[in-house]
Design a protein around this ligand. Sequence first.
Ligand code: NIG
Ligand code: FE
Length: 403
Amino acid sequence: MTALAVRHIAELCTCDPARGPAPGVIRDAALVARDGVITFAGPDAALDGHTVPADAVEIDARGSAVVPGFVDSHTHLVWLGDRGDEYAARAAGRTYEEIAASGGGIRATIRATAPASIDDLAGAARARARRMLRAGTTTVEVKSGYGLDHDAEMRQLDAAARLRADADVPDVALTYLPLHGVPDGDHSAYIDDVCERGVRNAASRAAFADAFCEVGAYSVEECERFFAAARASGLRPKLHAEQRSRTGGALLAARCGAVSADHLDHATASDLDALGSAGVAAVLLPGAALVLGGPPPPGRRALDAGCTVALATDCNPGTCYSESMPLMMSLAVATTGLTPAEALVAATTGGAAALALTDRGVLRPGCRCDAVILDTPHWVDLGYHLGGDVVRCVIRGGRAMVT
Ligand code: NIG
Ligand code: FE
């Protein structure tokens, strides 16, 4: 491994609370790493021969801003098929639920995805993951969920794991999401299988277990049973909760000590209080809420309730086809009541918390050197320049990936 030094940074957003108010800005700064780990984050003028190794690759940021690499903590990246027809149908007035009830939605993607080979699945996911890296994402969570069948779910996890061999994509965290689409008729035989061989075989592949707790999907009781089996196998719970209606998923997440509760568009004040008290991260997906025309996720209210807030894309073929974390920051500020600084922290430190990762999301010595050099001196342009091409260079594990 080599060393890296990024010099002449106009605004280094450390997102480190020890560096003052969010996002912990150091002006006229430098960032140094060795073997992929940050060794210095501070004023450029403080650099000397000891802080910059002689063999360091030097990048001149030319007065740009630098922020931590984004941690996209909720995606459904592994899918085949296309649902552009549903997008157009919703624009003409059909609802997500009507489309699902007539065999479309998640079921349509399962039909296209479940039979696919690991090679084909990995190829489709890799193209999206590369776009994510180019937009500044250095860690991405990827869920299964388009299998509704044991072997198909495992192939989706294995396809996502293949991305780990590719240097041009974000680092990957895996989540087993077997309770997403619903089988016809009684759910119990499918859930039995998930709770027996499903969690056993997913545990060697994934870190987390997730379910879609919703009217028309899975009940609180079904999700709770799944969580007990998942936890016994070593998988840590996450939950799609209160997305389209209030079902009690957030309280389940709090009661089970889930790592995160995601969506929360219909969460009440007491739901958010419970998540805050239980230390469950609130993962907000403002793109999905916007696309479906529902209420925005509760950004300000979740922070006021003491929650750690994360922002994520939800990248999927139905509710939010986007790989862009900067766009999610724009939407979070415009629709959820977060300040630009809170949105940046949610997209970095918050995402790391939602994946229980303590080595990233902050630019400080000892953390992974995952960072984004922007094409502007002002970090606030990340959200302010709506849909803008704000990323100049992405540094992943101490290596400059895109220039
Ligand atoms: O997070 N709500 C459930 N799952 C996804 C949508 C998946 C799909 O429509 O294919 C979500 O919005
Ligand atoms: Fe989702």
